[in-house]
Design a protein around this ligand. Sequence first.
Ligand code: ADP
Length: 319
Amino acid sequence: MESISIRTNMEKYNSLNASTRKILCVGLCCLDIISEVKEFPHEDTDQRCLDQRWQRGGNAANNSTVLGLLGAKPYYLGTIADSHEKSYLQTLGTYALYLLNEEEIILSGANYYPAGCALKSVELSSPLLIDCSKSVDRMIKGRFEPLLLRTDSIGYYYGRNVANVSEMMKYVNRHNEEQVKLEEITVRVSVEIEKAKPELECLIPLADVVFVAKDYAQYKGYTDMKDTIENIRKNAKKGAVIICPWGEKGASAKEENESLVSSPAFPPEKVVDTLGAGDTFNGATIFALNKGHNLKDAITFGCRVAGAKVGQRGWGTLK
Ligand code: ADP
């Protein structure tokens, strides 16, 4: 099956009964420095790189980018260091400006600089990532609370700094309990459980929508998407949706007491850049869920958009 462009998807989905709820993405924004090399380097050798580029990265920032491209109104909350790279991150393109110039939702001026390095060999389909973040653990709770109360959003949290993320998710859940009493609208909380880290487990019961990446699933010894979803369910919140993308195999998902739904992947003619495929899938799936689509349609949309993304470098030309 073929992937289709983000614009085509956007038009299709925007024509359907749209929800205008805002989406808040909480997590990392960093600079990815991507060096493309002919072969994977061996110790004590040197080689010219074929290409090098800078790209705004980080899970939450990538999610915001994808949501912005799809026509949603995403908000990004995270930390950006007050360094000269900050101006690059803020002037990457119109969507970046739109997302990042909102003073009140950016925490900046911190004394640390998050950065990621990706080494992409033409021999390997997936890049090697070297995370050079020094510290991204000082999300200021006082800034988060008023923001949440101003947005009737789906919150998307990337499980990196577990203590802070857990505190924020619990805050949203308490807020929701009050909203239910007042018969007011609640905020849906989603989280990505991505890296092979045992401490991420405590975030699972706090989310309404749990994205489980294959890295985490494999680290836990789960054999496939179905096995992953069944195991994650044991620890999930009542009524939670569990979603599991799995590279070229596409994605599966399940609502409690419903059957498993799946989507194939939509490979492009040539796979060019898989960096951020998972973030693209998550962003596009949230976009579709936020518009009220059923789970199967939402993950199929996620796979289509992710398929279009892996067919090109970065996200710029997806517009
Ligand atoms: P991550 O970036 O976290 O490793 P995955 O590899 O699981 O994420 O990919 C996420 C989604 O991106 C998949 O569900 C699939 O839809 C799409 N995708 C990833 N790799 C490919 C590929 N080679 N061809 C087509 N789609 C892909």
